[in-house]
Ligand binder design. Structure first.
Ligand code: 3PG
Length: 207
């Protein structure tokens, strides 16, 4: 399970407003070399989009993001998610996330929150909102005291700064909306999304 994202250093975070765009989006990302996606539960079409991806893009590692409630956890499991991402942890959500066998990447913003997640069984976490809470400097600082916790920063990550994060030993991936923004998806601009994916993968190889 922990190897699920071993070859996926860049995770596009997407809000799909029209599920008819889900397959084209995944194809563009895969043509650009990216084989994992985080579909956020922020749109009314999110579950329909997840169903489309499961059905038509079997090689895409499918994450469900913006998981906020126990109901979100069970809906995501039912739809066949490969991994779950939350922006933070609450007692109720933590309990639900502990009950799933899926890879779980809970959101944390501070060392105490990361330790709490680690104690709950999660050694891979998301740093959110990464840019606002300290960015790469924060993740670098916590490596010495907490080397067993590794991070996926999201929030403010772009092509220009992604390797500030990926070059750190305690970062397993970066996530963000810059590769496939909602505007690009709605415009069905697969060419730009494919190019953004390719640029990100090429950049990640420079680490
Ligand atoms: C997230 O949803 O995880 C972040 O808000 C993504 O942030 P970004 O839009 O700065 O990439």
């Amino acid at each position: 399970m922990s190897d699920l994202l071993a070859n996926s250093p860049v995770i596009p975070v997407v809000a799909i407003e029209d599920s008819d765009n889900a397959v084209g989006l995944c194809e563009a990302l895969q043509e650009g070399g990216i084989n994992a996606i985080e579909v956020t539960l922020r749109t009314s079409d999110a579950i329909k989009a997840i169903k489309q991806i499961k059905k038509h893009c079997p090689n895409m590692i499918l994450g469900v993001g913006t998981v906020l409630t126990p109901d979100d956890v069970s809906r995501s499991e039912d739809e066949g998610a490969d991994f779950l991402v939350s922006p933070g942890l609450s007692p109720k959500l933590q309990k639900a996330l502990q009950s799933t066998n899926l890879l779980v990447l809970p959101g944390t913003a501070t060392p105490s929150e990361a330790l709490t997640a680690y104690e709950a069984g999660f050694d891979k976490v998301k740093l959110f909102p990464a840019g606002a809470v300290g960015g790469a400097a924060l993740i670098k600082s916590v490596y010495a005291p907490m080397p067993n916790i590794s991070y996926m920063p999201t929030g403010g990550v772009r092509l220009a700064n992604m390797n500030d994060y990926l070059s750190l030993p305690n970062v397993y991936a970066v996530g963000g909306t810059w590769i496939a923004s909602t505007a690009l998806i709605n415009a069905r601009d697969w060419k730009t999304i494919q190019g953004n994916a390719r640029d990100a993968m090429d950049m990640s190889k420079k680490c």
